[in-house]
Design a protein around this ligand. Structure first.
Ligand code: FNR
Length: 359
């Protein structure tokens, strides 16, 4: 019999002061080892902390005499119109946080007018996650050592109506995470990734290991087998951005996986300007790792990002309030962004992109 996993099951909107305080509240709902898996980072968690600290080294100029009034926060990314320049980053195992799993996240994203990226290691199958809500959606792939299975997943994603593939390249090996080793953490049966199960719920006989050798050919493989625009995620250096562009990436997601992979590497926000320089606006830039505040969104967009992706706070919102909790998290950061925009003299998302930072 599958073990029980007593995690979040509430369905309610959240009263939030900010997204940072959510972590403590979520720790009371998600079983401890699952919470550590979500909240933690690699080794000393220096990069995890630095992802936040780096935002503090750039400042937003206050501009209150421009005569501008915030009109809206809508934007377009790879052809999809979204209500705010904030999307949901791919994360595995939403069933660790809430019984509704990715269905709740997809519904919350749609309610807030934005898109959710469904992970390869989602609790629900990519088809189940797609059926949970209307609106744009992206599918994230990790290439396993089984190319037949990889090709099949990409074709399934296209058939299920996903609008783009996010190809994550920063897990050629699992990050060295002390908390998970200490806890002996493995995904609970309640969050076992269904993309790897057959119709009767049994694990399929495939090599689930992730490929270590990733290069331009891997990007080409994902493009050919999906027929969809491919966003290369986990780019943290200008040279990797150039390699991805040359291989035909339709977008670049600047990320250090939320500090979960290479500890001691710079904050994602620190490397964003150099990558934006290398990309020169040829493809859209998505930014993640450490975004918690409207000011962070503003600073990332002012540094060359087109949209940002939000990770952990979404799982915390899901744990505490199901789809409504996810909606609350997105609404909170949008509200904060609007306030920053008004105080910084930016009427639209395009105005933010034209704004310089101080520091
Ligand atoms: C992740 N991330 C991730 N990325 C990915 O491409 N595929 C995945 O399956 C996962 N799984 C995953 C699980 C959990 C619990 C977390 C916290 C993160 C990384 C994710 O997409 C993103 O890069 C970071 O979470 C962004 O940082 P913040 O916002 O969490 O600081």
């Amino acid at each position: 019999p599958a073990e029980t996993w007593q995690t979040g099951s509430a369905e309610r909107p959240l009263q939030l002061a900010n997204l940072l305080e959510l972590e403590e509240a979520a720790a009371k709902v998600i079983p401890a080892a699952g919470f550590d898996y979500i909240a933690g980072g690699a080794e000393d968690e220096w990069t995890l902390r630095e992802n936040r600290a780096a935002f503090g080294r750039k400042q937003v100029a206050q501009r209150v005499l421009t005569g501008k009034v915030v009109t809206d926060t809508a934007t377009t990314i790879l052809g999809s119109r979204i209500a705010m320049p904030v999307i949901i980053a791919p994360m595995g195992g939403h069933g660790i946080a809430h019984v509704s799993a990715e269905a709740g996240t997809a519904r919350g994203a749609a309610a807030a007018g934005t898109l959710h990226t469904v992970s390869t290691v989602a609790t629900l199958s990519l088809e189940e996650a797609a059926q949970a809500a209307d609106g744009p959606r992206w599918f994230q792939i990790y290439l396993t050592n089984d190319d037949g299975f990889n090709a099949e997943l990409l074709q399934r994603a296209r058939a299920a109506g996903y609008n783009a593939i996010v190809f994550t390249v920063d897990v050629p090996v699992g990050g060295n995470r002390d908390r998970d080793r200490r806890n002996g953490f493995v995904y609970p049966a309640a969050a076992a990734p269904r993309n790897f199960l057959d119709a009767s719920g049994r694990p399929r006989a495939i090599d689930r290991g992730f490929k270590s050798r990733l290069d331009a050919d891997s990007i080409d493989f994902v493009k050919r087998h999906s027929g969809l625009p491919v966003v290369v995620k986990g780019v943290a250096a200008p040279d990797d951005a150039r390699l991805a562009l040359d291989a035909g990436a339709a977008g670049i997601q600047v990320s250090n996986h939320g500090g979960r992979q290479l500890d001691g590497t710079p904050a994602a926000f620190s490397v964003l300007p150099a990558i934006a320089d290398a990309v020169q606006g040829r493809v859209p830039l998505i930014f993640d790792s450490g975004v918690r505040r409207g000011t962070d969104v503003f600073k990332a967009l002012a540094s060359g990002a087109d949209v940002v992706a939000l990770g952990r706070p979404v799982l915390y919102g899901l744990a505490l309030g199901g789809w409504q909790g996810v909606q609350s998290v997105l609404q909170q950061i949008e509200r904060e962004l609007r306030t920053v925009m008004q105080l910084a003299g930016a009427a639209t998302v395009d105005d933010i992109r034209r704004t310089g930072l101080i520091g």
